[in-house]
Design a protein around this ligand. Structure first.
Ligand SMILES: [Zn+2]
Length: 519
């Protein structure tokens, strides 16, 4: 019996005290039937009229979906990207200053002697086998590496054969210039980890050792990150082995002063971005322990600008395993007040205990942590809000630590309470930016508004900057995000303070976002 039949039968029974199959006369039955139908219609009408009131009063109110959920569902890729570009963000806690320079920035700086401190650069565009056969291609002077860039003092010391392999960067043909630009970014499908670790850095050569260019890069980063809504960066850059345009050495203290002076200039201050530095130890070198001792003392001396120490270099080179540095750090900690550590760990393919061992070294933050997912005991330990994993989604895909985003452990960390923040690593070499990281996170992992804003908040909370500045950065972020949310709800995309002027090659290749629409 369906519900309608049930109600009809109930009316018959209750009001006429008859059963539908009782022995009443035909006339009586028709009369009763008409009456019941009328009664039934009235019942249905009154019921339908009253139901909404009854629901409001008795049933729990279903919460409206958050506006960001509806926006995500409806927005095109372009609209979502513009939204994420304009979105206030916190900081970038993990990037290598040399790797964060876009090719066009490098070219502009390298060819402008007025800005770059009077340095002149040459790059290798021909191979003439000047060293004959059997050269050490794995040493400091590979013969077969094209687009290695050197400064004038080094060029002047070459023999005639070698000189003929190089061209002044200013005089490159269009084809050579384009190849030079591509030689320091992962632009081809077959380029990955080996190209990045073994070629890019060697090619940058002397450019990466010019402190004036590095300080310019820092300010260019601050300007670009400011447009994307960031207000804090910690850039990894070093101060040793840095050469003047005449080939003589800068002292590390002089290099720090160059950074300090550049950061004090008006255009740097105008960005509103607070910049601090980390010193990076190349962990697999034979003398890495002595180097760490020197770095620790150096950072201790320059705490106004250097706020932490990192350890870098490919982790599949076992000579840089984390516990190698435990006794050195223990010795240093006996004499020197604590220096925060953010250390690359778990940026490997195989499971191991590098993340656990790195926490044992005293690390406050873990760079990458891709294989932390294979170490459940350490995952449990990291759910206590003290240690943050710096997530680099673009880097991990391009360097083949994941083949597809569904393999990435980021959502598992995020949603099991391990503090995470997004960072850009070597975005110049990926041709990407922080918005790309956010875009990947939202597209691939369906972030909620709370998750999205939590990432930005973490990137400030876990910064190594002094507590007072950190509090101010967090307060500033909270007020910016509140205003952004309200003006977006009131005015939509018209309220965006900035839209991207270009899309990088990563987002173009991966999500077909290639040409920003003209405003
Ligand atoms: Zn890194």
């Amino acid at each position: 019996m369906n519900i309608v039949q049930h109600i009809r039968r109930h009316i018959y029974k209750r009001h006429f005290n008859v059963h539908t199959n009782s022995n009443s006369t035909l006339k009586n039955k028709r009369h009763i039937n008409r009456y019941v139908n009328h009664y039934f219609q009235l019942f249905v009408f009154v019921g339908y009229t009253l139901i909404p009131f009854a629901t409001k009063a008795d049933a729990p109110i279903k919460p409206k979906p958050h506006w960001f959920e509806s926006f995500k569902q409806q927005a095109s890729n372009t609209a979502l990207y513009n939204f994420l570009y304009a979105l206030p963000k916190g900081g970038d806690l993990h990037h290598h200053l040399g790797g964060s320079g876009f090719s066009h920035w490098w070219y502009t700086l390298a060819t402008d002697e007025k800005t770059n401190g009077g340095y002149r650069y040459y790059t290798k565009v021909f191979i003439k086998q000047c060293h004959g056969y059997g050269n050490n291609e794995f040493g400091r002077n590979p013969q077969l590496l094209l687009f290695k860039t050197i400064q004038h003092s080094h060029y002047a010391a070459l023999n005639d054969c070698e000189k003929s392999e190089y061209r002044d960067l200013v005089t490159l043909s269009d084809e050579q210039k384009s190849a030079w630009m591509n030689s320091i970014r992962l632009d081809k499908p077959f380029e990955g980890r080996a190209e990045f670790f073994e070629k890019h850095w060697s090619r940058l050569g002397d450019l990466n050792r010019n402190p004036i260019i590095m300080a310019e890069l820092l300010v260019k980063n601050m300007q670009a990150f400011a447009k994307e809504g960031l207000r804090y960066i910690e850039a990894q850059t070093n101060a040793k082995g840095v050469v003047k345009s005449d080939g003589s050495q800068y002292s590390p203290d002089e290099v720090v002063d160059i950074f300090r002076q550049r950061l004090a200039q008006e255009d740097a201050i105008a960005t509103g971005v607070t910049a601090r530095l980390q010193y990076a130890l190349l962990r697999f070198l034979p003398n890495a322990e002595q180097e760490l001792e020197w770095i620790y003392r150096f950072v201790d001396k320059h705490r106004d600008i250097y706020v932490g120490i990192n350890m870098v270099g490919r982790e599949d080179n076992d000579k840089g395993y984390p516990l190698r540095f435990l006794s050195t750090l223990r010795k240093l900690r006996q004499r020197i007040p604590n220096i925060p550590l953010a250390i690359h760990a778990g940026e490997v393919d195989e499971p191991n205990f590098h993340v656990r061992d790195t926490l044992l070294l005293g690390a406050n933050r873990i760079g990458h942590g891709v294989n932390l997912i294979d170490d459940p005991a350490t995952m449990l330990l990291m759910r206590n809000e003290r240690y943050l994993v710096e997530i680099n989604l673009v880097s991990n895909l391009l360097l083949e630590y994941v083949d597809e985003y569904h393999q990435h452990p980021f959502p598992e960390y995020l949603r099991t309470g391990i503090p995470v923040a997004l960072s850009t690593d070597d975005r110049g070499m990926w041709d990407s930016n922080m918005t790309d990281e956010y875009f990947v996170a939202v597209k691939e992992f369906n972030l909620s508004w709370q998750e999205l804003t939590g990432l930005a908040e973490n990137s400030l909370k876990h910064g190594f900057v002094d507590e007072q500045t950190k509090r101010a950065l967090l307060a500033n972020y909270h007020s910016r995000i509140k205003v952004f949310e309200q003006t977006f709800l009131d005015q939509g995309a018209k309220s965006f303070p900035q839209t991207p002027s270009r899309y990088g090659k990563f987002i173009c290749r991966q999500y077909a976002l290639c040409q920003p629409p003209k405003n």
